[in-house]
Structure formats: structure tokens, C-alpha cells
Design a protein. Structure first.
Length: 333
């Protein structure tokens, strides 16, 4: 009944979703190194803030709200969580056409640009878009060399305003074969840079299945997750002109058990990396030392820093939204 109520709210335009009971003390923290204590104190609780979504992704904290936005891919909506615990629909019908139920058709990764405008990686529309202050949509990228993108997955905004995004073939993985299935036009999965609407530059196609990505605090490195078939993260040097060089494997998690994959990731102000992986949120030093893992009842897909001090990690994990308070502040748009 709860899931039906959420679906009904999205379909009918009644935007408020009833608050579900908040739960504290779910999941656990596995500590591989005592240094993790400086980032998250022993005994810190993981909270479940809300559940009964379908497949949520791409959280971003809007400080001017304040509130959290995140994607519900299969519900074709961007949702809004407010500090009072309420959830509402921020934007619905990201993709306006018809599609089979269960397809990841809506937006995925979300971020804010330097003017505070929402930028979205849209699966079904196969584009990167920006919502202007008046609510209109600007398409930042939908083609490369005249060919339609696969299905933009995640993105990050550089301090100069450039948007970097990943474009794996995720849409085709969930769309059933048939005459109405989307046709792939690019025969590779790429990572791109957008310097202005329509100005799209391929920065690498060497990552087999590029997914989450994040800059180091000084923006001299770009970390890129590769989800399949192997599970690993790459790190690249970022050159002055925005191009990438010296790509190398940062950490290989292929042999680590767990159903999760390298997906969304974020960094804190000291440069530590918080990356979804096989067992949960894996926390690495800039030198690729695994400090520990935040384990959740569901497989996490993405995360972002929130609250006024930027020390809360909000985590989207399949059907539920979680939060954990850290001792450090994160890098955020």
C-alpha cells in the first residue's frame, strides 16, 4: 500500500508523500584501520530516513532550501526530502514518452552548477540537462559527433563551470528487446566534458563501464568508477586545459564479495574517497588505503554531503534513503 501511495502521488500530481517512520541504528561500520575513527566516531548510528521508493540515485543537497534532491529512476521523478522528514515530488515525467514498467527511464546523477542550477544525467532522454531558474530546460549534451549518447549516468561540476559526465549503456541493460527499444548509436562508453551547451568533448573511452566520478579537492585528479564486468576505480591527472592524462587503476574490488558495484562516489575536504562498492560505502585515503566500509541493509548506489555543516552523508540505496553523520565535511557543489 505504501508503494502504491507513492506511485499514485506521482501519477496524479499530488506531490506530498507521507513520511515513513525514521529508523536509527540500521547497518554497521566495518573498520579496517584505526584512522577511520577520525572520520566517523565509534558508535555512530546510521539512520534510515525514508523507504518504499523504487530505485533511487543521485542525491544532491540544496543549501538555499535547505533540502535534498534525488532521482527515482523507475518512477521517472526527481524527489525532494526536507529536514522535517517529508518527501515530495520535485519534478516528474523526466522522460515524457511511453516505456515498459521497471525500466530505469528517469534521471540518474544530479549536481548543481556554479549558479546553483540543477544539472541532471537523464537515462531515457539520453542527455545532460539543466533546469533554469524559470523552470525551463536547457540541453547541455545529447550527442557526440552527431550520434546520440548512450544514457548519461553521473556528473560533477568543476570550479570553472565545466560539467564532466559518464555515459555507459545502462539504459539498454534494463530495456527489454523489441521494436521500441532504444537503438545504440555509439559503440563505446565514454566520459565527457561540457564547457558550454552543445560543446561536448570526449575525455576518455578507456573505462569499460564508467559510472560515478569525483574530483580531488584541488581538482588535479579525477576518479572514475567502472562497474562491470570487473569492479574497479580509475584515477586520472587533470591537465590545465581540462583533458585527462596518466590513467591508472586506483583500487580493484573485483575479488571483494558483495552484490554492489563501483557506482557513485564523493570526496571529503581532506581528499578521502567515499565510494559505493561491493559491500557498501568503501572509504579510501588518497593513497588508495581502504579505511573501512559503511554497510547498509540495501545496496547503495550513490551519496552526497548535506546539512548546514556539510558533515552528513546522505545515501541512496535501492528503495531507501539513509544518513550518517561524519566528523569531517565533504566537497559539494
Amino acid at each position: 500500500m505504501k508503494r502504491f501511495a507513492i506511485l499514485l502521488a506521482i501519477v496524479t500530481g499530488v506531490i506530498t508523500v507521507p513520511m515513513l517512520g525514521q529508523q536509527a541504528g540500521v547497518g554497521s561500520i566495518v573498520r579496517n584501520d584505526p584512522a577511520l575513527d577520525k572520520l566517523v566516531s565509534p558508535g555512530t548510528k546510521i539512520e534510515k530516513l525514508h523507504g518504499d521508493f523504487r530505485f533511487i540515485e543521485g542525491p544532491v543537497w540544496v543549501r538555499t532550501g535547505p533540502y535534498l534532491l534525488f532521482s527515482d529512476l523507475q518512477n521517472n521523478a526527481i524527489m525532494k526530502w526536507s529536514p522535517d522528514g517529508s518527501v515530495s515530488v520535485f519534478r516528474k515525467a523526466i522522460f515524457s514518452g511511453s516505456y515498459p514498467d521497471g525500466v530505469q527511464i528517469g534521471s540518474n546523477g544530479l549536481t548543481l552548477d556554479k549558479q546553483g542550477r540543477l544539472v541532471a544525467a537523464e537515462h531515457g532522454n539520453r542527455r545532460v540537462s539543466r533546469i533554469e531558474k524559470d523552470g525551463t530546460i536547457t540541453v547541455l549534451a545529447d550527442r557526440y559527433e552527431g550520434k546520440r549518447l548512450n544514457s548519461p549516468n553521473d556528473l560533477v561540476c568543476k570550479s570553472n563551470g565545466d560539467i564532466y559526465f559518464t555515459d555507459p549503456p545502462g539504459l539498454y541493460r534494463t530495456y527489454p528487446e523489441g521494436p521500441n527499444a532504444p537503438k545504440r548509436e555509439l559503440d563505446f562508453a565514454g566520459v565527457y566534458r561540457v564547457s558550454a551547451p552543445g560543446k561536448v568533448e570526449l575525455v576518455t573511452k578507456d573505462v569499460p563501464y564508467p559510472n560515478g566520478l569525483a574530483f580531488s579537492p584541488d581538482e588535479k585528479k579525477l576518479y572514475i568508477a567502472s562497474s562491470r564486468p570487473e569492479k574497479f576505480w580509475m584515477v586520472y591527472n587533470v591537465k590545465a586545459d581540462g583533458s585527462l592524462s596518466n590513467g591508472r587503476r586506483f583500487f580493484d574490488a573485483t575479488s571483494i564479495p558483495g552484490e554492489g558495484v563501483p557506482d557513485g562516489m564523493k570526496v571529503d575536504r581532506a581528499g578521502n574517497i567515499y565510494a559505493t562498492g561491493p559491500a557498501g560505502i568503501m572509504i579510501f585515503t588518497p593513497g588508495a588505503k581502504l579505511l573501512g566500509t559503511i554497510e547498509l541493509p540495501e545496496i547503495p548506489a550513490n551519496l552526497n554531503w548535506g546539512d548546514a555543516d556539510g558533515k552528513a552523508l546522505y545515501i541512496t540505496a535501492r528503495t531507501s534513503l539513509y544518513r550518517i553523520r561524519m566528523n569531517v565535511a565533504g566537497m559539494r557543489p
